[in-house]
Design a protein around this ligand. Structure first.
Ligand code: BGC
Length: 750
């Protein structure tokens, strides 16, 4: 087939995929009591009242004006965002009771990684590789949030991303679709808590879809993805969230291959509502309807309203395209009223599910309960990743008395909470400085921040820091990023430690020549190439939340071994980005050694093809790969075997091995299983994570472990968009991280 006809064929395929959109989402065939109640309500509501349900008002932040009250009584508002004063929420629901149909409002809030008790940022939660604890954190968040009357959270955020420049990487589950799926499903289970009355929030998996692929990490930017990337990389976490019952979905700000996510009939109507049979509600992101005018996709708000409702957006966040224009669009015959009915049905369904008709009011519950703070400490401990530990400097030896606590992040109670913490309070925070004083005694801590915040360039206090370091038995240097440097619309192109932090590390090393333990609190992977040369140990603590300081003390003193693993690769240099473990091979894979710039002969233009390098000036590999994270144990794998090396269709893979902890400390290891399909009808990534398991072992102990990988995990979407598992030879890798693994082979039979 000629190149031209091939191109034509693939064009036709994409057009078919784009055009084969049903006019209406699949009807939900259910006769349950709820559906009957919805039928009754819908039958009585005017078009205006229905459209009112589709509007989310931004709230008045602790106020309730007469105008807003009147609009609620008039049935013009379905939801309110960001109202957390229980008295106001009560008053709002009282007004709703006075409306004709007495439909309560669903109160929305971004409860992202905790409500009042703040847990690690979501990227840190992903680093736990432990869905059970993540589920627990979401449950506590829900119970705390319900005390204010909030019933809907805009979480989990499930945007897989390969770009640490993107500020929203802090909110994301990292670069792997399988890990993201585990985390997403766990968070949904936790927030929704089986819809227990008064103890659950409706979850909202966001941002649908491929927001993590924004160009160069520029927020809100253009997204161009292939069908395969869409289906195998960006969609799976959403599917997992829906399979675990996510009540709602939020659209994304970005366009996908030219069509904004908020008007995307293919992703919303066809994939989500029709193919996946999603019966919940879709909400736009803040202004993402109106933003389509800037995208160059809508002429005005009226057009944006038509495009969004047709694509399957049920509720509009804050902007007024729907309430201003839908009525007219229906009157003009441009929008079918059945689309409005379907949207309102979905909205009412969530309101029934979350129990609003029984009790829309704030409920009793404890904030910052002792058990919640313990959970926050445990989650923070499990999220922290020990990147390096030269000579086993950590944990600190017994008998250490004087400890120098240095650096701008040692006592930054607001910043260690991270991004998206509307309801967390810095007054509740346990900083490292506070926790170390508590543990070692105030008199034994030599505290010197040296820089007043992470971007500070003033070196005036460096002398005091050196002095503190000289007079101590152990030096802990707390570096990183303030919380404002990550999050929405907070992308960076320089991923070094900001301000004079690296200079501080260099100065301390030069002047004292003592071991330095660096603890980094940050909202994203930073470039640590220089730091890793100087530091004796690096503990990556992310923004760890309320109990971060207490968690760090436990790990540093060896009360618990670190167990966190990287959910995203750490680059050696910004120019390497994107650098990620599940990349493709190329026709000319790098041969190992890179040719450093200073070795290229002057006056020659000869290319050394034998020593093929991706870059001339930096190695191809990341500084720290996906899945990396040391423990205080020393784990080894033996006696690896596969139950069957010839898999029949549908048969799962069973790996058996013995894990031994040869170290001196009890520790928990995260076993990671990856696969590779070396020859396929479409080229496959060199590795894909397919299973994880955490095992804790006492020193000197071994355990025989069996691990099952479901057959389905071998599949991918082929060039026809069909999910397939192709027969042939496969590789299976198993280990403690993505790069240093044991290899086995097996065959999938026809
Ligand atoms: C963000 C969403 C968030 C919403 C409401 C938007 O700017 O993109 O993630 O849920 O605001 O606060």
């Amino acid at each position: 087939m000629s190149k031209a006809s091939l191109f034509f064929k693939s064009l036709c395929l994409s057009l078919t995929l784009l055009l084969a959109v049903p006019a209406f989402p699949k009807p939900v065939l259910t006769n349950s009591d709820t559906e009957k109640k919805i039928d009754l309500l819908l039958g009585k509501m005017s078009l205006k009242e229905k459209i009112g349900q589709m509007y989310m008002h931004p709230g008045e932040y602790g106020n309730l004006s007469e105008d807003l009250k009147a609009r609620i009584r008039d049935g013009q508002i379905g939801s309110i965002l960001n109202e957390v004063d229980p008295k106001i929420v009560t008053a709002i629901q009282d007004e709703a009771k006075k409306s004709k149909h007495q439909i309560p409002l669903i109160m929305a809030r971004d409860v992202i990684h905790g409500f009042r008790t703040i847990f690690p940022i979501p990227l840190g939660l992903a680093a736990t590789f432990n869905p059970t604890i993540v589920e627990e954190t979401a449950r506590v968040s829900a119970i705390e949030a319900r005390t204010t009357g909030v019933t809907w959270t805009f979480a989990p955020m499930l945007d897989v991303t390969r770009d640490p420049r993107w500020g929203r990487v802090a909110e994301s589950p990292g670069e792997d679709p399988y890990l993201a799926s585990l985390m997403g499903a766990a968070m949904v289970r936790g927030f929704q808590n089986d819809f227990k009355p008064g103890q659950s929030l409706a979850a909202c998996a966001k941002h649908f879809v491929a927001y993590g692929a924004v160009e160069s990490g520029k927020d809100y930017n253009t997204v161009v993805v292939s069908q395969q990337q869409l289906h195998d990389l960006y969609l799976p976490p959403f599917k997992a969230a829906i399979d675990s019952g996510s009540a709602t979905i939020m659209t994304a700000f970005n366009e996908i291959n030219g069509v904004p996510a908020t008007a995307n009939e293919y992703t919303l109507n066809e994939i989500l509502k029709t193919n996946w049979g999603f019966t919940g509600m879709v909400v736009s992101d803040w202004g993402s309807t109106e933003n389509m005018i800037n995208h160059g996709y809508s002429k005005d708000l009226k057009m944006a309203a038509r495009q969004s409702i047709k694509a399957g957006v049920d509720m509009e966040m804050v902007y007024t395209a729907y309430i201003d224009h839908l009525e007219q669009l229906v009157a003009d015959g441009v929008v079918d009223e059945r689309l409005i009915d379907d949207a309102v049905r979905r909205i009412l369904r969530i309101k029934f599910k979350i129990g609003l008709f029984e009790n829309p009011y704030p409920v009793q519950g404890e904030l910052l309960a002792k058990a919640s703070l313990e959970l926050a400490k445990q989650a923070a401990m499990e999220s922290m990743v020990l990147l390096t530990n030269k000579g086993g400097i950590l944990p600190l030896k017994k008998g250490i008395k004087k400890v120098a606590i240095i650096g701008p992040m040692a006592h930054a109670p607001h910043d260690q909470l991270g991004t998206w913490v509307f309801d967390g309070k810095k007054e509740d925070t346990i900083t490292p400085m506070m926790a170390f004083k508590e543990h070692f005694g105030e008199e034994n801590i030599l505290f010197e921040p040296a820089l007043s915040y992470s971007r500070d360039f003033s070196k005036q206090k460096f002398g005091e820091a050196v002095q503190a370091a000289e007079n101590s038995d152990a030096i802990l240097l707390f570096l990183g990023e303030e919380s404002i440097l990550s999050g929405e619309a907070h992308s960076r192109v320089f991923l070094n430690l900001p301000g004079a932090q690296l200079d501080l590390l260099k100065k301390l090393k030069l002047e004292t020549n003592k071991p330095i333990i660096v603890v980094i609190l940050a909202g994203r992977p930073l470039v640590l190439t220089e730091v890793s040369k100087i530091a004796d140990a690096i503990l990556y603590a992310w923004h760890p939340g309320t109990m971060g300081g207490a968690a760090i003390v436990e790990l540093v003193t060896g009360a618990q071994s670190p167990s966190g693993k990287l959910p995203i690769s750490f680059p050696r240099a910004v120019g390497q980005i994107p650098v990620y473990y599940n990349h493709k091979s190329t026709g000319r894979p790098p041969s190992g050694n890179y040719l450093s710039m200073d070795k290229i002969k002057v006056g020659t233009n000869q290319v050394d093809l034998e020593n093929r390098a991706v870059y001339l000036d930096v190695e191809t590999t990341p500084l720290f790969p996906f899945g990396h994270g040391l423990t205080y144990g020393k784990f080894s794998f033996h006696d690896l075997s596969l139950k069957s090396t010839n898999l029949k269709v549908g048969e799962s893979i069973e790996v058996k091995f013995k894990l031994t902890n040869r170290g001196k400390f009890k520790a928990k290891e995260t076993i990671q299983v990856y696969i590779n399909d070396p020859v396929a009808s479409l080229t496959r990534p060199v590795k894909e994570l397919v299973a994880i398991k955490q095992v804790e072992l006492e020193p000197g102990n071994s355990r025989v472990i069996s691990l099952e990988v479901p057959y389905r995990r071998l599949g991918f979407h082929n060039s026809q968009g069909k999910f397939v598992i192709e027969p042939g030879d496969y590789k299976l890798y198993i280990g403690s991280e993505s790069q240093k693994t044991h290899t086995m082979t097996f065959k999938v039979l026809r």
